[in-house]
Design a binder for this molecule. Structure first.
Ligand code: SF4
Length: 263
């Protein structure tokens, strides 16, 4: 049995053919979209902010300093940033799908995300941080036959000793509460975290940075079991698939294979 991830499973559910090209044939195409790029730069900025909180807060105008940091990452990538992961800055080959919008519009949107987050969370000391970009393994069955890998944006411990799994989203629209209840990604991370830190209360928190909306959800054992069963069902379906068919949708506009491997 292979090891899966949330993004592998959702790729298969969105388009089995894209799954085949990306994960079975491992065809790599250097084509990024502006939404993905923006999401990454916002994530890097927040991660760096938490890691360098004391230094940034000492600046005369810390909100401006963090916005400048976002702009620096947007232009230079990790550039000359010491002791931080390496990534590239904006390049003109990044795809902008939405008509009437340019890269500068997305840059302004990113700045607004950072500004709003600052206003709500500075001085960023609400909890103790246990990990950022924290890697976890998720066991779906007792034998460990069904395994997933995951990366948590931020794992916190509250003053009461409870745990919080935080996830940053930069999509333009926040989903409805009902849709959030069906979300699978953070409940899967809950399963992985509960293995590592047993007996702790765990809260799942999604930050929709563009709209400033935050969802906080707790899952009980029965709900988590349902997610395990559902996820194992998707894995079984992938393993049994012989013909990975195309599934056309609005997502084709953002697909790296559109126009080359798939028309
Ligand atoms: S272009 Fe659309 S149908 Fe083709 S692989 Fe990509 S997502 Fe699937």
């Amino acid at each position: 049995m292979k090891i899966y991830s949330y993004s592998k499973l959702s790729t298969f559910e969105n388009c089995p053919f894209q799954y085949k090209l990306r994960y079975i044939e491992k065809i790599k195409i250097d084509k990024d979209t502006i939404e993905r790029f923006l999401g990454n730069i916002v994530h890097y900025t927040l991660e760096y902010t938490y890691l360098n909180r004391d230094k940034l807060l000492k600046k005369g105008n810390p909100k401006e300093a963090i916005k400048q940091l976002f702009n620096y990452f947007w232009i230079n990538g990790s550039g000359k940033t010491k002791n931080f992961k390496e990534f590239e800055g904006y390049k003109s080959s990044i795809l902008v799908v939405k008509r009437g919008r340019g890269p500068e519009d997305y840059k302004s949107m990113g700045e607004r995300c950072i500004e709003r987050y600052f206003e709500k969370y500075a001085p960023f000391d609400q909890n103790k941080i246990l990990g950022m970009e924290k890697r976890i393994q998720i066991k779906l069955d007792p034998a460990g036959t069904y395994l997933l890998n995951g990366i948590i944006d931020r794992l916190d411990e509250t003053a009461a000793g409870d745990l919080e799994i935080h996830d940053y989203k930069t999509g333009a629209n926040a989903p409805s509460e009902a849709k959030m209840e069906k979300e699978r990604q953070l409940p899967l991370y809950h399963i992985g975290v509960a293995e590592e830190f047993s007996g702790k209360k765990i809260t799942l928190i999604w930050h929709y940075l563009m709209s400033g909306i935050e969802f906080r959800i707790n899952k009980n054992e029965e709900q988590l079991q349902g997610i395990k069963t559902e996820t194992m069902g998707v894995i079984n379906e992938i393993e049994a698939t012989q013909e990975f068919k195309t599934q056309k949708s609005g997502l084709c506009n953002y697909c790296e294979y559109y126009g080359t491997y798939c028309q």
